[in-house]
Write a protein that binds this ligand. Sequence first.
Ligand SMILES: NC(=O)c1ccc[n+]([C@@H]2O[C@H](COP(=O)([O-])OP(=O)(O)OC[C@H]3O[C@@H](n4cnc5c(N)ncnc54)[C@H](OP(=O)(O)O)[C@@H]3O)[C@@H](O)[C@H]2O)c1
Length: 368
Amino acid sequence: MGRQAKEQPHHGLGWWEWFTGLLHVVVDVFLQRVRACHLSQRMDLPTVSDLSCIVTGATSGIGLHTAEQLAKAGAHVVLACRNTEAASELVHQWQIDQAQKGGPLLDVEVMKLNLMSLASVRTFSEDWEAQQRSLHVLINNAGIFSMGGYQRFSEDVYEEHMQVNHLAPALLTMLLMPALLRSAPSRVVNVNSAMHHMASIDPEDLSLTSGKRKYNSTLAYSGSKLAQLLFSNILQKKLPAEANVDIIAVHPGEVITNIARRTPKVVQFLYRWSSFFLFSPLEGARSVLFCATDSRVQEYAQGVRSSAYPSVPYFTSSCNPVKVSNQAMDMDMALKIWNETLKLVNLPPDYLDQIFEGSNPSEQHEES
Ligand SMILES: NC(=O)c1ccc[n+]([C@@H]2O[C@H](COP(=O)([O-])OP(=O)(O)OC[C@H]3O[C@@H](n4cnc5c(N)ncnc54)[C@H](OP(=O)(O)O)[C@@H]3O)[C@@H](O)[C@H]2O)c1
């Protein structure tokens, strides 16, 4: 029996795999500036007035800069946020900036979305569908990392990292699939993390409640990001090439944002202290914007689709495609995560097939 199986029988990582995952993240912190030195501080976008985009978590950090730049490049942008007041304030400020520069009014709106509640995800998506709106780019950016915090649960009683970083965005993606299909070519950009390299996951215990593994926030955060990649592998494979909907994952780099807001003061101090190596949120938004708008991303995704490479296209902060961790390429595990995710968000196992047949499986499943 191998070291991994002996130490962690429940789909865990052995110490060696965990250590190399940690090393991957540490090296990324120190080298990310060098690796991305060909990029300017702000991603230059062409005019994208033909795009209708949703950015989740656009009130802070990477999401804020992503939404602002897309809007200023002419896209129709929906800020999907739980704090709609803060989002409206931001939009007001952007409009003032535009007016001062003599630019046109931005095509931006704010919609309520709280990923801690699957009901909120359903309400958001139903509103979208009721108006038969177009959607070219869905950016699943909103995320949490309650570093050092104790275990908390969403209103759906799922562990909060798993809910906000994986389950709710997965539900959002699935419920908005009809909009993505009718607006194709379209794409979903999942803001993921290099920390998936340190992750271990048990498909039967996504909320870390079975007691088989002790909860800690790093395990919860990295596991949620790995779950998102594994789910995306299957989603990408199930979408036929002619549907022209691409699922992309991106690691934005290690970025100084509000993500560490719940972290103990000493960790926050270290986080700020290492600011020389970390990206600003503007720099963090570059790879997300690249994945959302650049045609080379679609070309790469098409290439991946027709190859045997068993993973969703994954870009890093230098805007280059890179390999995901070995765990994230485990297609047996991916299928388990796919099935479990659909079960937890209350979607039927054949949800996508029914979408392609033109029925509304989401409504039927709720009624049953
Ligand atoms: N920063 C990094 O070094 C880093 C590295 C790798 C990956 N990432 C990923 O990048 C993404 C953006 O993070 P960030 O660093 O920009 O963090 P951030 O500054 O904390 O921004 C996170 C955004 O997500 C929103 N959000 C949190 N919980 C939500 C919920 N329940 N419903 C709706 N929105 C919610 C926040 O809204 P409120 O303002 O209302 O809280 C905020 O707008 C995350 O997915 C994160 O995992 C970040």
